[in-house]
Design a protein around this ligand. Structure first.
Ligand code: HEA
Ligand code: HEM
Ligand SMILES: [Cu+2]
Length: 657
């Protein structure tokens, strides 16, 4: 036992880097402060009843949002550390090893623990409201998904405090990620953190497909769905086909590492190229998983703020679905240079370029929607307008990369780094931010302050171009990705300095947004109407924030943009009130603590596997089994909100008499 404790303690002192000690101490102090507040104000019961056991899609959505903003902060600090190190030649801020760890955690966190949960947050906050449902199809599974994500993310982040971070890149190619080259525990944290949260993502994909197919309000045919909901559907379709590949790939790598198998090592008959193929069969679709919902958000916003129906609805749906199919046929473009041969490369190059066609169709549809519209420049619309040119340039450089012979030149250079940040920031981050600004008043009941938002907007936008445009040039000048420093003689100094300045501008933009949220919570304009933007879809027909059951009476739908059509029919006069006596009791899912405990046991099991403590891993797995067993005997999983209570809530919000 003593040996074990010593072994464990040694993990705290692996690197001897003052930066890490500093961060460890501040994490420790913050944790203590949070615990102190919870004890002091006796908030444990509240936390457990209202949040940890909730199955309400709105609350789960908010928790995803908070977690993803924290992860954006961590990923952003990583980014600024790297940019500071690269600002000048021969900088001494980070060691080579430390730099490797930072780009690995930055990339992994930004895609898997920032973009994915922010996206799931938006799915949860919006989809049931848009389709006139009272929750998702499987509210309990939804809670399982969230806690699996959160515990997976915590496990991954824990690597920073105990044991050392993974450092083999965000996709962890073997042989570098094999035991022979990465004997530390960092890779194990990577494998288990992603594995646990990945199961949650898969379950979310299934949940939303069923929700969209089965929970729509009467009359809402598939071709009448709001486009955001369509984009969630297309993204979920990719999830259910792509995430199982990830799960299997990481499991095989774990078996290599844990049991000395040879799936991906040359000795013993394995093949690292197999890993590269498998991981990109998930990795490429993954980038469309995160960008399609952003496209859906832009469609809603463009139409609302141009006060017009979306141009080309059917082609929008068709392009979403064709991108989700095409996204499975392009993965080889990530390794054109790894010897597939000219014929294979050509096939994948053409498939890759083909994605430009449906994407282009969407861009033109947005432009045509705005054409002759009465455009209102509110915050969501500003981010949408900023997205269009940014994404077109980022997409066009993607098409340049897709030219296989030319990719021999661009591959793994800063040209590539600039391409993917341009589509990820200009597309995904701008899109989700637009969505957050748009739906914030619905969920929280107040608007986010305009003035602070505009500062943030301009800082992000100017910062973006200042940061990433020079990187295209640096790529041509021969600067490769994943280098931790360079000499004066390379001539890369000035452009790198400019790039770093841009990165800090974006960082300041983020600070403004945090301030904006805090400020608006106190002083923000309250939304008393439920329809702050003159919206078109069902979520705007109910109060902000919506009552637990969302819709007191499930709406009947007969056309697209149902709420808008309804408003037009009554010439924008106030909606007629419901007769309180007609309101009925509402059937709802009951809260449960099992998803939290179940996922916590996965965390314990993952932690055990990370340190090779088999006793702990099996204890965790036993806990998982026991919670499943207990759950299977819980029959009391739902309840009715009495009609009287529904009447009370609806009369109080002025919707019923
Ligand atoms: C949200 C994320 C996202 C998105 C949307 C895209 C979109 C695209 N990407 Fe990108 N890509 C990444 C994220 C993304 N990518 C990441 C993270 C990597 C690197 C991973 C790593 O190595 O670590 C990468 C790497 C990458 C490579 C590998 C290069 C290399 O390693 O050497 C290639 C090569 O083909 C490529 C191509 C494309 C193409 C053709 C598109 C297309 O979908 C773009 C389509 C859009 C347009 C074309 C613009 C709009 C269209 C019009 C206005 C119509 C008219 C235009 C034409 C017909 C050309 N990407
Ligand atoms: C604030 C803006 C950002 C800055 C300044 C930034 C900066 C960087 C830097 C310096 C690198 C390492 C380059 C290298 O040495 O190879 C990098 C890599 C990466 N970034 Fe970002 N980034 C930002 C935002 C994002 C976002 C929002 C995402 C995803 C949604 C993202 C995803 C990635 C990925 C996947 C990698 C590759 C990691 C790897 O090579 O393993 N970044 N970024
Ligand atoms: Cu790709």
């Amino acid at each position: 036992m003593l040996e074990r404790i010593k072994d464990f303690a040694s993990h705290f002192f692996v690197t001897g880097d003052p930066l890490i000690y500093g961060a460890d101490v501040s994490i420790g102090l913050t944790t203590l402060a949070i615990l102190f507040v919870l004890f002091y104000f006796k908030k444990w019961g509240w936390l457990w009843r209202e949040w940890l056991t909730t199955v309400d899609h709105k609350k789960i959505g908010m928790m995803y949002l908070i977690a993803s903003l924290l992860m954006l902060f961590r990923g952003g600090v990583d980014a600024l550390l790297m940019r500071t190190q690269l600002a000048l030649p021969n900088m001494k801020l980070l060691e080579a090893d430390h730099y490797n760890a930072i780009f690995t955690t930055h990339g992994t966190i930004m895609i898997l623990f920032m973009a994915m949960p922010m996206m799931f947050g938006l799915f949860n906050m919006v989809v049931p409201l848009q389709i006139g449902a009272r929750d998702v199809a499987y509210p309990y599974l939804n809670a399982v998904s969230f806690w699996m994500f959160l515990f997976g993310a915590m496990l991954f982040n824990l690597s920073f405090v105990i044991g050392g971070s993974p450092d083999a890149g965000w996709l962890s190619y073997p042989p570098l990620s094999e035991m022979s080259h990465s004997p530390g525990v960092g890779e194990n944290f990577y494998l288990w953190g992603i594995q646990i949260s990945g199961i949650g993502s898969l379950a979310t994909g299934i949940n939303f497909i069923v929700t969209i197919l089965k929970m729509r309000a009467p009359g809402m045919k598939m071709m009448k769905l709001p486009l955001f909901t369509w984009s969630v559907f297309s993204s979920s379709v990719i999830i259910i086909f792509a995430f199982p590949i990830l799960t299997v790939t990481l499991a095989l790598l774990f078996i290599d590492r844990f049991m000395g198998a040879h799936f991906f090592t040359m000795d013993g008959g394995g093949n690292p190229m197999m890993y590269v193929n498998l991981i990109w069969m998930w990795g490429h679709p993954e980038v469309y998983i995160v960008v399609l919902p952003a496209f859906g958000i832009f469609s809603e916003i463009v139409s609302t703020f141009s006060r017009k129906r979306i141009f080309g609805y059917k082609s929008m749906v068709f392009s979403l679905m064709s991108i989700s199919v095409l996204s499975f046929f392009t993965w080889v473009h990530h390794f054109f240079t790894m010897g597939s041969g000219a014929d294979v490369n050509v096939a994948f190059a053409i498939a890759t370029m083909a994605i430009g066609i449906p994407t282009g169709a969407k861009i033109f549809n947005w432009l045509f929607t705005m054409f002759r519209g009465r455009i209102r420049m509110e915050q969501p619309m500003m981010w949408t307008l900023a997205f269009i040119p940014c994404f077109v340039v980022g997409g066009a450089t993607g098409v340049m990369l897709a030219v296989a012979p030319a990719d021999y030149q661009y591959h793994n250079s800063y040209f590539l780094i600039a391409h993917f940040h341009q589509v990820l920031i200009g597309g995904v981050v701008f899109g989700y931010l637009a969505g957050i600004y748009y739906w914030w008043p619905k969920l929280f009941g107040f608007k986010l302050n305009d003035r602070l938002g505009k500062y943030a907007f301009w800082l992000w936008n100017i910062g973006f171009y200042v940061c990433f445009m020079p990187q295209y040039a640096l790529g041509f000048m021969g600067m490769t990705r994943r280098v931790y420093t360079y000499g004066w003689d390379m001539g890369w100094g000035p452009l790198n300095l400019v790039s770093t300045i841009g990165a800090f501008l974006m960082g300041i933009g983020f600070v403004f947004q945090v301030w904006q949220i805090a400020y608006s919570a106190k002083y923000g304009e309250r939304d008393t109407t439920g329809d702050p933007w003159n919206g078109r879809t069902l979520e705007w027909s109910i109060p902000s924030p919506p009552p637990v059951y969302n819709f007191a009476v499930v709406p009947e739908v007969d056309e697209r943009d149902p709420f808008w059509e309804d408003k037009e029919r009554r010439d924008f006069a106030p909606a007629p009130l419901v007769q309180a006596s007609k309101l009925e009791a509402i059937h709802m899912p009951r809260n449960s603590g099992v998803p939290f405990i179940f996922s916590a046991f996965w965390f314990v099991a993952g932690f055990g596997f990370v340190f090779d403590w088999v006793w702990m891993a099996f204890a965790g797995l036993a806990g998982v089994a026991v919670t499943l067993f207990v759950r299977s005997f819980q029959y009391d999983v739902d309840y009715y909100i009495p009609a009287d209570e529904v009447r009370q809530i609806e009369t109080a919000s002025g919707r019923a008499v």
